[in-house]
Design a protein around this ligand. Sequence first.
Ligand SMILES: Cc1ncc(COP(=O)(O)O)c(C=O)c1O
Length: 403
Amino acid sequence: MGLSRLAPTRYPRWYMQRVYLDHAATTPVDERVIDAMLDVYRNHWGNPSSIYLEGQDAFRVLDAARQQCASLLGASEREIVFTSGGTESDNAAIRGAAFAQRDRGRGNHLVTTKVEHHAVLHAVEQLEREGFTASYLSVDSEGFVNLDELEAAIGPETTVVSVMTANNEVGAIQPIQDVVRIAKEKNPKVVVHTDAVQAAGVLDITPSVTGVDMLSIAAHKLYGPKGVGLLYIRRRTPWTPMIVGGSQERERRAGTENLAGIVGLAKAMELAWAEREERNEHARKLRDRLMFELPERVPDTVVTGPADPAQRLPNNMSCAFRNVEGESILLALDMGEIAASSGSACTTGSVEPSHVLTAMGIEPDLAHAALRLTVGKDNTGEQIDYVLETLPSIVSKLRSLAG
Ligand SMILES: Cc1ncc(COP(=O)(O)O)c(C=O)c1O
């Protein structure tokens, strides 16, 4: 059933009774990744910087993981910096390039979009407080970035452009190749970064194909461990490190490496790249059922994000139900053993409507009623049947309570 043949994960009993539909928030760790990590904890626990046998052994493991990640990205090992995850990669990319470019006298203007993850948005806002200037590009009602605005925003003072490959809330896939082309045509010195945290393992994110200079990945979105990720930095990209200390990662990210995590990331990427087509096809089948059958079963459902399923991540379904509180739906779903999200995990609990839906022009009342369902490789058709049966009665009950 599903892809379980490929992923022999020994889930706890409570999880087997759950329908987990929040894979954009995080994914369960693949058993094959756990095995690879346990091997590091048991057998390769040396410090990769030590010169004696244990250190050299650990260094060899680190080097192999780096080679693996580089080759999957069609990159050189020197272009890979391991980090603590998506947030650190995004921060390091943007701050690192912004300061390095300014030091070269190239300007202090940054360009990003209104629908980035807060790891990018807050990094840019922080730089504004530190004397940089920034433009935040609009998106259309489906969540696609406005390329005319991009072209108009880039000037001689622009140094960094950061546009995500795919959005975490509504799954909109951005035209990254066009972003790179327009940015470099307007100003060849611009450094282009993309947050590929949601896209990695799902889309072809090869930097030599898209043309980006920097790219962020987090392991926990692709069945790897939390707290580890990587930043790809194209050769000769102006960049300065954020975390300084020891000389690890060629002096680009100090600190003793999270070796087991890095090996877990490499394994998770290897599996995601190898199983990509199969996982996507599986996700698309389940997601399409949610996207097309839910609005038929629940009156007044508004699907948010791209209407064309091919233009959104294959695992993403996002919608809003008029006249219901999103948070109440989440609680009711949880009681029905279904895990879902109202948008991004980071904004759960916040009273503000999602900045992504707001940027798309969705009115606050509707944005408050948002639901995001993101399927994964271990979900089954039976689980989707269950969700399609359960959700309509939850929504109608909440609507009748609201009067
Ligand atoms: C698009 C995007 N960027 C960055 C992040 C942050 O990644 P991490 O949780 O690994 O710091 C996330 C996590 O939700 C994300 O979805």
